[in-house]
Design a protein around this ligand. Structure first.
Ligand SMILES: Nc1nc2c(ncn2[C@@H]2O[C@H](COP(=O)(O)OP(=O)(O)O)[C@@H](O)[C@H]2O)c(=O)[nH]1
Ligand SMILES: [Mg+2]
Length: 300
């Protein structure tokens, strides 16, 4: 795989060849986030608003795209998420056929997650286990999906919109050297505009700072909104449980270089904010993923 300088905006050579919008969004809304000037730090940054749906559908060519959604007990949110993708991005409606299939992996839900997801238009896969873990569910979805490009989104997002998917797919569709796309966003907490992402701020980022400082530019290392070519996911593998995001980030950077990891601004993301006591298992998984890859503990 060729490794190129990180894109600073879509006005680069590939973007020009695919006819994508050239509005560069040089800074984020709050003016604090320059999109350019990241060379040396690796990841290129995009803004989901810079991707035009029709242009992306054209850039897609013959590639197949799967959206995979791990979901356990998400009956309250999975339906609108699937329906939004179906209506805006598939051939199931008047939408543009950017997405070829939506795979929801449900395991161990005690609510109507599976029925609601299927009713909304997803192909539902059951692992047969009772909540084996997020990473296991993502592996099952990768196995079931047929896409060359896989976009993962979480099922508990309450402000989901099509730009979550177009933003994640954009960098991959316009630049063959991108190996992984991570979404980033503002994270409200209990109604306040920011303050969410406690495991990210108190575990993932400090651990990255200490052990993997080359990844310090990744805004949301634990983002469930992430996309990659299938072959990258198969080569790197998907770790168990909540280790999956941290592990994939470290493994992709180790194999292909941080310069191949793109980030995309998805605006604001609202999801279930867990009580503090429920965050320790997640934080432990994240820590373990990092320590084992730094060879400080024995891999599971
Ligand atoms: N199928 C399946 N999905 C899971 C499992 N654990 C978590 N998920 C899903 O993974 C996504 C992210 O999980 P969540 O608990 O919200 O993680 P957080 O956002 O990091 O707190 C959600 O859509 C969950 O329903 C699991 O064991 N099985
Ligand atoms: Mg969540």
């Amino acid at each position: 795989m060729s490794i190129q300088a990180p894109p600073v905006n879509v006005a680069g050579p590939r973007a020009a060849s695919t006819g994508l919008s050239t509005d560069p969004f040089p800074v984020s809304d709050d003016g604090t986030m320059p999109i350019a000037g990241l060379s040396g730090q690796g990841a290129g940054r995009y803004d989901s608003r810079q991707f035009d749906l029709l242009d992306l559908a054209g850039a897609k060519g013959g590639r197949r795209v799967s959206v995979c959604i791990p979901a356990r007990n998400e009956a309250g949110t999975v339906g609108p998420i699937v329906r939004t993708i179906v209506e805006a991005l598939t051939t199931g409606s008047n939408g543009v056929p950017l997405v070829d299939e939506i795979v929801v992996v449900d395991d161990g839900s005690v609510d109507q997650t599976a029925e609601i997801a299927a009713g909304a238009g997803a192909r539902v896969v059951s692992t047969g286990s009772s909540g084996g873990g997020k990473g296991q569910a993502m592996r099952a979805s990768l196995e079931a999906a047929e896409g060359d490009i896989i976009a993962f989104v979480d099922a508990d997002v309450t402000n989901f919109a099509p730009h979550f998917v177009t933003g994640l797919l954009g960098p991959l569709l316009i630049d063959d050297s991108v190996s992984l796309v991570k979404g980033f966003y503002h994270r409200p907490l209990h109604g306040a505009p920011d303050g969410g992402g406690r495991v990210t701020e108190l575990m993932a980022k400090p651990v990255i700072g200490q052990l993997f400082p080359h990844l310090a530019s990744i805004e949301q290392p634990l983002a469930g909104e992430t996309a990659a070519p299938r072959w990258v996911l198969e080569k790197c593998g998907l770790a168990d449980g909540y280790a999956v995001e941290m592990a994939l980030l470290i493994d992709v950077a180790a194999r292909f270089g941080v310069a191949t990891i793109a980030q995309v601004d998805l605006g604001t993301r609202v999801h279930r904010n867990r009580p503090l006591a429920e965050l320790r298992p997640q934080a432990t998984d994240v820590l373990r993923a990092a320590l084992s890859r730094a060879r400080l503990v024995t891999p599971d």
